[in-house]
Design a protein around this ligand. Structure first.
Ligand code: ADP
Ligand code: MG
Length: 393
């Protein structure tokens, strides 16, 4: 059993924060793991995490500490998950994507491009004896009520489906970013294969440069998806799912690993959004899957509750997909992204409390289960896909 790695990252003050509040910040560094936070209303708090990245930390520091060991393990067939959490504007996407996935200087490259580099570094150092196939899927899960683009509304059937889904709070609309026609990715669970994203597109990655092109294509589609649904990225979760198939040789069955990177929707509370009436109702739904995530973390860390040992993974699509990452067969890291400004201290406190709680989750990554054809698999072969190797994963 190993704990989830939990880190906090403080971005530099934004120009707006500087303009309104000067240079003051609400946190004080104690060391690389510990800092204190001052909130005007709630008082002083001390937090200790596995590592704290302060505003002068570089992207490479975050990658090296938090992601590199998980990439290495994924290559060995151990599942991994890396999650960015925090209020809108706190640095989740900056940490994940950098500034621009294709045109980013070395220093600003985010986790995604560094993870891809890590895969190919490991492939080139592994020699000829092991053959790897790396594939990428990109899925966006949209929160809350969907407002249709009036110029280009979806079909009546789809609108009916969304209507039903919105009420249940369980099935948030989700898009396959490599095939926008797949806009309600189904999640299935099987005893032998674990959680499956059924029929999602898997793009093979051949080298780092080409991989970034593919990633960039998916990110462009995300913008299209958001416009279709009238949603901004702060109201959706982005999931980047890498699968790593390892074939040793004809006699030895290779291992299979998956690495999921998750850029979560903004975790801000309702009061802050100033939403009223219909917008307020919508904001409540937006937070549903994040509160489902909070409930799962709570159930995993608070021990038996009134509902026995029940962990409410099924309460949202996000928590179902992350079932393995949270308390299952995965090495998991959580990056709590925060603003250092006193004006955001309450949200920062809430983000850090989430991280502190997640720290107590026990996960149990298991290489054995990824060694044979009954390995846990995240992505099911598409029914139309004609790739015999995938079918045996
Ligand atoms: P989020 O995805 O959490 O909503 P973003 O990652 O988009 O937030 O960050 C908001 C803004 O802050 C962006 O302009 C981003 O470039 C900037 N930013 C975030 N983190 C950092 C950082 N560590 N260093 C420099 N700029 C950052
Ligand atoms: Mg973002």
């Amino acid at each position: 059993m190993s704990n989830i790695t939990v880190c906090a990252r403080f971005r530099p003050l934004s120009s707006r924060e500087r303009r309104d509040y000067g240079d003051s910040i609400c946190i004080q560094r104690i060391d690389d793991e510990t800092f204190s936070l001052k909130d005007e209303k709630e008082g002083d708090f001390k937090f200790t995490f596995d590592r704290v990245f302060y505003e002068t930390s570089e992207q490479v520091d975050v990658y090296t500490f938090l992601a590199r060991p998980i990439v290495r393990d994924a290559m060995k067939g151990i599942n991994g998950t890396i999650i960015t959490y925090g209020q809108t504007g706190a640095g989740k996407t900056y940490s994940m994507e950098g500034v621009n996935i294709l045109d980013c200087d070395e220093q600003k490259k985010g986790l995604l491009s560094r993870v891809i580099d890590g895969f190919f570094e490991d492939i080139s150092s592994s020699g000829e004896s092991i053959k790897y196939t790396i594939k990428l899927s990109m899925v966006e899960i949209y929160m809350g009520k969907v407002r249709y683009n009036q110029q280009n509304p979806p079909s009546k059937i789809l609108r009916g489906l969304y209507f039903l889904l919105q009420g249940s709070g369980f099935e948030n609309p989700s898009k396959d970013l490599f095939d926008l026609s797949k806009d309600n990715i189904q999640i299935k669970e099987s005893k032998s294969e674990g959680i499956l994203l059924y029929g999602v597109t898997k793009i093979p990655l051949l080298d780092p440069a080409e991989a970034l092109q593919k990633l960039s294509h998916g990110l462009d589609n995300r913008a299209v998806g958001e416009t279709q649904m009238n949603m901004g990225s702060s109201r959706s979760h982005s999931l980047y799912i890498f699968t790593i198939q390892q074939e040793m040789n004809k006699d030895i069955r290779g291992k299979y690993g998956k690495l999921i990177l998750v850029d979560l929707a903004g975790s801000e509370k309702l009061e802050k959004t100033g939403a009223e009436g219909r917008a307020f109702e919508e904001a409540k739904t937006i937070n549903k899957s994040l509160s489902a995530l909070g409930n799962v973390v709570c159930a995993l860390t608070c021990g038996p509750t009134g509902r026995g040992n029940h962990i409410p993974y099924r309460d949202s699509k996000l928590t179902r997909i992350l079932q393995d990452a949270l308390g299952g067969n995965s090495r998991t890291a959580l990056l709590c992204c925060c603003s250092p400004s006193p004006s955001n201290a309450a949200e920062t406190l809430s983000t850090l409390r989430f991280g502190a709680r997640a720290k107590h989750i026990k996960a149990s990554p298991n290489i054995e289960s990824n060694e044979d054809k009954h390995a846990k698999v995240l992505i099911a072969p598409s029914p139309t896909e004609d790739d015999s190797r995938d079918r045996t994963l």
